[in-house]
Design a protein around this ligand. Structure first.
Ligand SMILES: [Zn+2]
Length: 78
């Protein structure tokens, strides 16, 4: 999956998005649009998450913990 930062994502898709519309990566990653290390969009928030904000927060925490695991796992194995 191509990874883009918020600015590039909006430019490519020609749409206005809001912070609640997507989930950003915890660590900076290479944006394929501008080639800079920025927090990229992991996924779009499913439409029903706006109605169930509590679940959205839980999901965000889950993604964050998962990224932390990946981050420390990669550090350990260098
Ligand atoms: Zn970018």
């Amino acid at each position: 999956m191509a990874e883009f930062c918020v600015q590039c994502y909006n430019r490519i898709n020609q749409e206005k998005t809001y912070p609640s519309d997507y989930i950003l990566s915890f660590c900076p990653e290479l944006c394929e649009g501008c080639g800079k290390y920025k927090r990229v969009i992991i996924s779009r928030t499913p439409y029903w998450d706006n109605r169930f904000l509590f679940f959205n927060i839980i999901y965000e925490i889950f993604l964050l913990i998962r990224e932390l695991f990946v981050y420390f796992y990669n550090r350990k194995n260098k």
